[in-house]
Ligand binder design. Sequence first.
Ligand code: SAH
Ligand code: DHB
Ligand code: MG
Length: 229
Amino acid sequence: MSEADINMRCWSRVDDYIVETLVPADPTLQAVLEASAAAGLPAINVSPAQGQMLALFARMVNARRILEIGTLGGYSTIWLARALPAGGQVVTLEADSRYAEVARGNFERAGVSERIDLRVGRALDTLPEVAHDSVGPFDLIFVDADKPNNPEYLLWALHLSRPGTLIVWDNVIRDGEVADAGSGDPRVQGVRRLFDLLAEDPQLCSTAIQTVGSKGYDGFALTLVQEPA
Ligand code: SAH
Ligand code: DHB
Ligand code: MG
């Protein structure tokens, strides 16, 4: 077995332990993942431990309005929707209409449809509509779509935020490749350009945390929008 396989086995075992211990068993979320797999969606949703983390973030910032870019089958969306107080809403953006249909079914299954505004289309096309409909500013923004567009998503996130908004960026470590300036992967270059933009804006306070677990070696970045100086 390769070193990578041994690491992955250990990380998955510990993730299973964490989830068994700290994340309450949830037949609905299990059914959501099964429906997504049956429909042929890729299993690239956040892990259960990460879903619980997103829900904790939403509660920590008292989020009433949440924006998500990248719905897939709606697994992370349901975690976020469940963290909302009554009257709260998640606006979630998905490019693939087939994935969006699966997500709709999952929102019904989870009983959260009325808290979710799912918009189908490429996010760079639907974000102007979200801005126009003035459903923001958002309290929490979760960016988990096509990574080469992360620099564009930062501009939109700032347009749709207020001081105090928390922005969470998924998949910013990529097996460590983020530290490779010469990477030929456009997703890695998208994250690196994002980091440069985050660093040069004095209104933003950011960090990135490496993670291991059932999804391998990756990580999240966090950005807090501060009061202007
Ligand atoms: N947040 C989900 C996983 C999202 S996977 C979860 O954790 O459960 C990334 C998603 O982004 C995919 O469904 C993909 O179709 C979508 N996506 C890719 N490019 C996009 C774009 N330009 N606009 C909107 N969605 C996009
Ligand atoms: C991929 C995308 C994701 O958002 C993720 O969390 C993991 C993997 C991917 O495109 O491979
Ligand atoms: Mg992701």
